[in-house]
Design a protein around this ligand. Sequence first.
Ligand code: GDP
Length: 440
Amino acid sequence: MMFSQLTDSLESTLKNLRGQGTLTEENVADSLREVRRAFLEADVSFNVTRDFVKAVKEKAMGKEVLTSVTPGQQIVKIIHDELVQVMGGETKELALAGKPPVGIMMVGLQGSGKTTFAAKISLYLRSKRKKKPLLVAADVYRPAAIKQLQVLGKSIGIPVYDEGEGNPVEIIQHGYEYAEKNGFDVVIYDTAGRLQIDEKLMQELEKARDAVHPEEILFVADAMIGQEAVNVAQTFFERLNFTGVCLSKMDGDARGGAALSIKKITGVPICFIGVGEKPNEIDLFHPDRMASRILGMGDVVSLVEKAQSVIDERDAKDLKKKILNNTFDLDDFLRQLRTIKKLGRLKDILGLIPGLNKLPLDKINEKEMVYVEAVLSSMTPKERKHPNLINGSRKARIAKGSGTDAARVNQVLRQFEEMKEMFKKIGSIAKKQNGGNPVG
Ligand code: GDP
């Protein structure tokens, strides 16, 4: 999994920060040293890492720690926001507003994933943006590239214009004219790459660009090649002024540093990532989601966001204590159900506890809650404190009162038992991490 090294090292650094009350120069510096190491290990470029650490430090220092979160959590949030920033902030959508046919030119080294991305983007534009795209096969140097594009195009039902192994600049020019004549509103040019940067290739790409003036020039980089991708990106940018970046092979075990560096160094946003070889294995790049994924701590980030907008902190602390000490009862269950729709509280609280992003939290089905709430409300307070009192005749009464049936009541009780079982596990994990002491 990409970035897993970075996620792991940040996780263990932040563990050390738990239980400390304030953001001091010392604990911030400690965690930043780890962030720095993790970034360099993940192949983020040296300069980007240096600037990143500096920015986080400036933002963290002198920050008051919110009472409902730990300093570690607060640093995660600051790091997260900075990551979002470094990766471009907003999601970039392709500019398609120009006079049709709008041109999109794919550029990059051989093997970077251009041909695959050309097909992926055509499919994406047809299904998500309701466009009618034409693919143009102008990679005349790599043996089989034209055939590959034809096969891909055929598999997704998107026409491919080709002239065999002709002059690439002319093919691009003719492809444009063909699209214009035949009512295509987007034309995607798959161009030739080389194994390394090469002056002749650059000149040819410049000529092709000047022949058709594409609205977008997308630089394709292989996420697996790390730092080197950054150097290549820089050269392509100087020559072609590309307008967007596509990162392929993000499904592999790329360390992922390129994603962080390229935007920062070229100033050009990443717009798509490739997550497999098939034409539909493409995702829009969302800097905020990527940052959460890198940190593996999305819950902590949204928790801090919520704490910043202040909700009942005492209630949250109380609940966390009950979960961790396994004294959570049906009354708490009912109370949580009533706030969960508004606040998503239970998930947040669970997200406070390290390692929990691995638990199947989605088991908590929100649609079911209506029934669950009806059943719980029909119990007496005593029954909610001591669920083992609930025998057959009580069940019948509860079913009647809630307008459900005995099976539903049994189901709710079973769900509660499962939940308690899960909390028990969580509690013991957390206690272990807390040196065996009760948590609270
Ligand atoms: P080009 O020379 O730049 O046109 O590169 P290709 O599009 O032919 O891609 C090179 C190889 O990488 C091919 O075997 C593709 O199937 C594979 N590939 C491209 N994108 C991805 C991706 O996102 N994930 C994976 N796993 N493989 C990819």
